[in-house]
Design a protein. Structure first.
Length: 352
């Protein structure tokens, strides 16, 4: 059973200060491309009303040429605090995009300097900026100059194990005007594999004055507490742990505020959430939303007998009505047979 030390509780009791902006939670929902749209954030927010959330990353070059707000940048006026995340390598385009983010209602603007995907790095964006700190600095300076809201950076610890440069890089971001930095404790070469190296996050925290947020392997309340203890970070950011589980940020936030663990949702409650998620995605995006919902649905259906079969069916749904029928059947089966919790390996989950 996880326990909250008085020291940690006291340290985290104050609001998180991002420049002049205050957030009443030390747990953040990360930007997740293809996932953290307005619908998903609404589900997370229900359990974590105080937490900072992020849009999916938005391409600043795309915004420059199209000049039209893409759906992934849409923010609900009632959802606060909210950060819009941008990626690119051109300081002028990013500055312009940041102004559009302000107009859309962002509380902060975050620059993605951690994405490992080739399509992004070969154009000089995402984690490739770790290898080009001068451009990264120029980006932060240009965006800070363009907007009055705080500018933050999300990055990794380096390009490869041989090129871990996060200490110098983070210092440079702070000097350029970043008001907070989130460090994913993996190198670009690691992708999402191997454990996150939280020790580097602790070292970054030691040398910066701005808040440092720890990211990587934040899959449970226990992980978040261990990470906060080990690193001294100002907060934690949850990512893959929220896929099919929009309860996680709220669970950690509740624990850090009260020292007690929330009762976890049952498989039936998780499927009810999946049902609502599917319905909302369809209402928000139509048939495209249903196609996007397939992966979400398979993430919800796990950890109980019969889950693999349910995932198989949900991964190929063609329309909302079909998806709802399959989920309702799953709920019915669980309600009548009682549910038996089972451990499933990651590979079983990915196969579905
Ligand atoms: C499906 C997916 C999409 C992601 N999209 C983004 C993104 O748009 N912007 C970003 O900064 N990081 C993105 N990330 C990285 C995560 O925010 C996070 O840094 C990473 O998953 C490490 O945390 P974890 O080990 O707890 O998952 C993405 C990760 C995944 C798995």
């Amino acid at each position: 059973m996880t326990s909250l030390s008085p020291n940690l509780k006291a340290r985290l009791a104050k609001p998180l200060k991002i420049g002049h902006f205050e957030v009443k939670s030390r747990v953040l929902q990360s930007p997740l491309s293809g996932v953290t749209d307005l619908v998903f954030r609404r589900l997370v927010r229900r359990h974590a009303p105080d937490s900072m959330m992020y849009t999916e990353m938005v391409n600043a070059t795309g915004l420059h040429y199209v000049k039209q707000l893409p759906k992934i940048m849409e923010v609900d006026p009632n959802e606060r605090p909210i950060s819009i995340q941008l990626f690119d390598c051109r300081p002028d385009f990013l500055a312009e995009a940041a102004q559009m983010a302000v107009a859309e209602g962002a509380d902060t603007v975050d620059i993605n300097m951690g994405c490992p995907v080739n399509k992004i790095t070969k154009n000089g964006g995402g984690s490739s900026l770790l290898r080009d700190p001068e451009t990264a600095e120029a980006i932060v300076r240009a965006v800070v100059k363009a907007v009055k809201i705080p500018v933050t950076v999300k990055t990794r610890i380096g390009w490869t194990d041989q090129e871990i440069n996060i200490l110098d890089f983070a210092k440079r971001m702070e000097a350029a005007g970043a008001q907070m930095i989130t460090v994913h404790g993996r190198t670009r070469a690691q992708g999402y594999n191997g454990p996150a190296k939280w020790e580097w996050i602790g070292r970054v925290k030691e040398i910066l004055s701005i808040p440092v947020i720890a990211n990587g392997d934040m899959f449970s309340v226990d992980a978040a507490v261990r990470c906060l203890e080990q690193t001294g970070a100002d907060g934690v950011m949850c990512s893959r742990g929220t896929l099919g589980y929009p309860f996680l940020v709220g669970e950690i936030d509740h624990f850090l505020k009260t020292g007690t663990e929330k009762v976890k949702p049952t498989p039936i409650e998780r499927l009810e959430c999946a049902r609502e998620h599917l319905q909302m995605l369809w209402e928000y995006k139509g048939d495209r939303g249903v196609r996007q919902a397939r992966k979400h649905m398979t993430w919800y259906a796990k950890g109980f007998a019969g889950a693999a079969d349910l995932r198989g069916q949900l991964s190929v749904i063609e329309n909302v009505a079909q998806g709802l029928v399959i989920i309702d059947r799953g709920i019915d089966r669980l309600a009548h047979s009682g549910w038996q919790e089972i451990e499933e390996s990651e590979s079983q989950l990915v196969e579905a």
